[in-house]
Design a protein around this ligand. Structure first.
Ligand code: SF4
Length: 331
């Protein structure tokens, strides 16, 4: 899967780097000074690179933890995110990472201890208050877990606090390490879901919805809290029927009593990212939809977004109590 690994010279002897190298003994290894030489290089084509991305192992030096963007809340008082990785194994056509980064290579920051230290520093600023940390903003939280072991490492930190919460956002079925340990009441494994035909057409390389539901069910049976993220909602003909069927399917499999939260949000993206992605995929019907730009964000036209949000909210609230529901309105 990985043919080329770039390694910052500074971390070439780091035990995690050596472990990862053992896994990919056939890969071509190239030593570099800073990951940005490769990752931020001009004139790269995200679309072409995505066909055979390289792995870059690097050290992060600052900005380990940042305030979460608006709409990332599922309760609590304080919201932050962190990214031990940039880019994703999967290839969702609507993913904003394609517009944000020049490169499709995966960067893994291997100094996990520094992330934990930064998280603890933030916790100290809010003693006794409910703080949330979201992983999976610049990547999928679990997709590369068998290689990185990051979640395994971070769970140790969260096991020390009960008022500090972690959301692992994912479309992955890499849940083995979670199933092997005792569930934690302050960790939510949140799965993004779309109607099956949307997932097939727009979420390349991701596990099917059936497999994601199977993973969620196993996590629930083990006692983990799971979350549902119907985000982004994608407009299409007969979307009402598609989402109705999806909700019916999901709630026929999952136990509502063991759901932490359900969130919902329409497709939205910063305008510069959107324009860049349209340039990469000029014939993608998704981007030719009824879109409008408000305050620098591209989203479905207000009426259309409102109709979808209203319909899906009403449908979801037939299955779940309102206290679990966190809709995100973009316009
Ligand atoms: S799973 Fe998430 S991060 Fe990965 S490509 Fe899809 S939208 Fe982007």
């Amino acid at each position: 899967m990985i043919e080329t690994i770039y390694i910052e010279k500074e971390v070439q002897q780091h035990p995690r780097v050596l472990l990862i190298l053992e896994r990919f003994s056939q890969a071509r290894v190239i030593y570099i000074e800073r990951y940005s030489e490769i990752f931020n290089r001009k004139a790269q084509n995200f679309r072409l690179q995505k066909q055979q991305p390289a792995l870059i192992l690097a050290r992060k030096h600052k900005n380990y933890v940042l305030p979460a963007p608006a709409g990332y809340s599922v309760g609590g008082q304080h919201h932050y995110y962190f990214s031990h990785m940039m880019n994703c194994l999967y290839d969702c056509r609507y993913c904003f990472l394609q517009g944000m980064y020049r490169s499709a290579h995966f960067v893994v920051f291997i100094n996990y201890e520094d992330f934990n230290e930064a998280i603890e520093q933030v916790c100290l600023q809010h003693p006794g208050e409910e703080s949330w940390f979201f992983s999976g903003y610049d990547c999928d939280s679990l997709a590369l877990e068998p290689i990185t072991g990051f979640v395994e490492h971070t769970l140790e930190l969260f096991s020390k606090y009960d008022h500090v919460y972690l959301e692992l956002r994912t479309k992955s079925t890499q849940i083995r390490s979670l199933l092997q340990r005792e569930p934690m009441s302050n960790v939510v494994v949140a799965f993004s879901l779309s109607p099956s035909h949307i997932a097939t057409n727009l979420e390349a390389k991701t596990p099917s919805i059936e497999k994601r539901l199977d993973a969620m069910k196993k996590l629930q049976q083990k006692g983990w809290k799971v979350g549902l993220r119907f985000d982004p909602l994608i407009y299409h003909e007969n979307y009402e029927q598609s989402y109705q069927q999806l909700f019916q399917w999901v709630f026929s499999i999952l136990d509502v009593k063991q759901l932490h939260s359900v969130s919902l949000g329409g497709f939205r993206m910063p305008a510069p990212f959107f324009n860049h992605i349209v340039h990469l995929y000029p014939y993608e019907p998704l981007f030719a939809g009824n879109m409008e730009t408000h305050n620098g964000m591209v989203a479905y036209a207000k009426e259309q977004e409102c109709a979808m949000m209203t319909f899906c909210s009403e449908e979801l609230l037939r299955y779940i109590p309102g206290r679990l529901f966190f809709p995100c309105i973009s316009s």
